[in-house]
Ligand binder design. Sequence first.
Ligand code: PLP
Length: 404
Amino acid sequence: MYDVLKIREDFPILGREVYGKPLIYLDNGATTQKPKCVVESIVNEYYSVNANVHRGVHFLSQQATELHEASRETVRKFINAKSINEIVFTRGTTESINLIASTFADSQMNEGDEVIVSAMEHHSNIVPWQLQAAKKGIKLRVIPISDKGEILMDEYKKLFSEHTKLVSVVHVSNVLGTINPVKEIVEIAHANGVPVLIDGAQSVPHMKVDMQEIGADFFAFSGHKIYGPTGIGVLYGKEEWLDKLPPYQGGGEMIQNVSFEKTTFNVLPYKFEAGTPDYIGSTALAKALDYVSEIGIENISAYEDGLTKYAMKRLYEIPDMRIFGEAAHKGGVISFLVGNIHHLDMGTLLDRLGIAVRTGHHCAEPLMRRFGIEGTVRASLGMYNTKEEIDSLVEGIDRVRKMF
Ligand code: PLP
């Protein structure tokens, strides 16, 4: 039995009011709220364990190191990676993708080589490749999508050539909600001898992701989108690939021996973790993952799926409603426009009713261009949202519509 009211009690912020109205938080795609256990983990570790990890012989340093490394194991288990050597802590999805873009292009790509991305990528899976394109003369090839917001698989297959060196696509679109068939995408790439990076920022918080089942070579996600703290995220990489890639940044932690003549690098995953890691954040991220696991990611998935279907149905009752993203497999991200009402006006007026939605291009300007629009209003769901909140959203939108 999924007890959403009990879950909500774990998130103090959900009890607050804005403009004298109960907060309805529908901006989970941008970031999620934090349960008490995550915030308490941060406070407790600072108050009772805090010491720099890996380097100290003293008690606190060893205890902090144990917590940090136990968190790596929690992440490994959560995404079913084979080994903790495949789990690199980063600042988030953006840094994880930049790490691969930089080290992969440096070591595996030459002028004229190509990376395949899709038309629905977040800027963080476009711009890092463009930075490399400017440096190394590599090119981006873009998989087109249908009007419903689904990747055109036949077009995808046609993009492979001897120049293709990597496929880098999003798992779940942060605008359309489309759940891409990543396993199939990986199989096709591998049949062409090409490795794959998956941007899992919007999938990991909402569905079971299994590294060994998906088979991708790299996978990125952010802690703050899965009820964890800001500033920490994960890069998963198959060991054989991470071994092949050069370090991303230099400094402490990532070295074995340093002299002025020559430096040898640390073993995986530390080779990619220069400097003091966010060990407070890793413990809190592990707490968030444990919290999600206790409720059950499959239960969350099923609940959110029901809520998404309910929201789609109710939103379509509003006259002049246009929803962008009608894929057969769709997560709880709903982008829309109503009549000629500007997305910013809609967002601002909903805010006055206590409803937090996002407006704009959602860091996916090329996707906006694909649909011939400047931006949308986006409601993105989390495990604690309710049908009543969806009803309030629908009422709010209708009120704004009548005002115009
Ligand atoms: N990729 C997708 C699909 C996203 O939705 C986001 C954030 O909204 C990102 C990447 C970037 O995540 P972060 O800002 O946590 O690095």
